[in-house]
Design a protein around this ligand. Structure first.
Ligand SMILES: *Cc1c(COP(=O)(O)O)cnc(C)c1O
Length: 391
């Protein structure tokens, strides 16, 4: 990478703000501490800390209602939920998935002694290309694990069709989809199972946490037992489960977050719209998928950095960092290029040209409800400033 240096004067708004601390790609929405204390008092009184206490029950009920998903099981995090989902459906052999995701997607497959088979992504949605799934199916394939990347809906109908035709299960990694609507319902209600993450970096958070959305009560019960060591009752352990339970304190934070989610989504939408307006005339900075009309959650603001923009993605990333803006290269490197995956036949870069190209050009800009307008303007001014500086 050539080290391009810029005169500080080209970005006149940058000098003062670095003192205020960096702008991260995201920041959790923290409700006033006073609002959390009554929940703590309830926990101290009940002395129930976990194992499906009343706060857990309340959050499960409220989330079910909010998402329109009657069979929802809370988890301690999204990764354990992914592993449990694979177990719940008794998946074996090979699982078709995308390399353009957070590493937990593929890790959950390997952790379950299964083999990930990578399929390239669609250049517009950054999601698994449904037309390339069929050629990756072998007699050992038993499931597809697509990701709704950045909350942008996968081709759910096409995926359902190919899965139905070949008798495959579909487990969506729906970690980015909280609040996303698609075809009149929650995007997270697709597939045999959908897995959510409530990690601190996600649109809806419980510090750490996650959930599995099932289609029926029988599957929900199986999942509820799997996440509690496989315990059916006091004297019966009916399967090899693990500990995936969400604690009362995490559930309490979720209840509080849920009260604020609509306002948070609205604020994110404003920021998203503002970025699109402000970046529209910056050549070579492409705002991805032009704002889905389906009811997005604005969890991320990915841009593709390409010619004729004057800097490479990595140069822009580094320059922004120098000025206290911590954008993130989600998702770089692609999972298929990581040391533990690249020996797989499906991981060859030649098999995944689109994912490899996008991973070199993608940059996620800061977006979160508390992002101040002047900070957003400063981010855009930096990006514009680097674009017009001449050698
Ligand atoms: C965050 C995330 C996960 C993992 O969720 P955790 O709750 O952090 O375990 C899995 N997949 C994707 C795509 C994610 O972004």
């Amino acid at each position: 990478m050539n080290a391009v240096t810029f005169p500080k004067t080209i970005v006149n708004s940058s000098a003062s703000s670095v003192d205020e601390g960096p702008l991260y790609v995201t920041r959790p929405d923290m409700p006033p501490l006073e609002e959390f204390l009554p929940y703590l008092e309830r926990i101290w009184q009940s002395k129930t800390l976990t194992n499906g206490g009343t706060l857990h029950q309340e959050l499960e009920k409220e989330l079910s209602a909010y998402l329109g998903a009657p069979y929802l099981s809370l988890f301690n995090n999204g990764t354990i939920a992914l592993v449990t989902a694979l177990k719940a459906l008794r998946i074996s052999g090979e699982v078709i998935t995308t390399p353009f995701s957070f590493v937990a997607t593929a890790h959950s497959i390997v952790w379950s002694d299964l083999t990930p088979v990578f399929v390239d992504i669609d250049p517009d949605t950054f999601n698994i290309d449904p037309d390339k799934i069929e050629e990756a199916i072998t007699p050992n394939t038993s499931a597809i694990m697509p990701v709704h990347c950045y909350g942008n809906p996968c081709a759910v109908k096409a995926i359902e069709e190919v899965a139905g035709k070949h008798g495959l299960r579909v487990i969506y990694d729906a970690a980015h989809t909280f609040g996303v609507r698609h075809d009149g319902r929650s995007l997270a209600c697709n597939g045999d199972l959908s897995v959510l993450s409530f990690h601190a970096t996600k649109v809806f958070t419980t510090f750490e946490g996650g959930a599995i959305i099932s289609r029926d009560a029988v599957m929900k019960q199986r999942i509820d037992r799997l996440k509690n060591f496989g315990i059916a009752d006091e004297v019966t352990v009916e399967m090899v489960g693990l500990n995936g339970k969400m604690s009362e304190i995490h559930a309490a934070f979720g209840l509080l977050q849920l009260q604020r989610i609509d306002e948070n989504l609205r604020r994110r939408q404003e920021i998203d719209r503002h970025y699109r307006e402000l970046l529209a005339e910056v050549k070579g900075i492409r705002c991805s998928f032009g704002g889905s009309k389906q009811g997005p959650n604005f969890g991320y603001f990915p841009v593709v950095v390409e010619t004729p923009y004057r800097l490479s993605r990595d140069e822009l990333y580094a320059k922004l960092r120098e000025h206290g803006v911590i954008a993130r290269r989600y998702f770089y490197p692609v999972i298929s290029n990581m040391s533990m995956y690249r020996a797989l036949p499906s991981a060859r870069p030649g098999n995944l040209p689109v994912a490899n190209e996008i991973a070199e050009k993608i940059l996620c800009l800061p977006i979160y409800p508390a992002l101040a307008e002047r900070d957003q303007l400063r981010i855009v001014e930096l990006i514009r400033g680097f674009a017009t500086w001449r050698y």
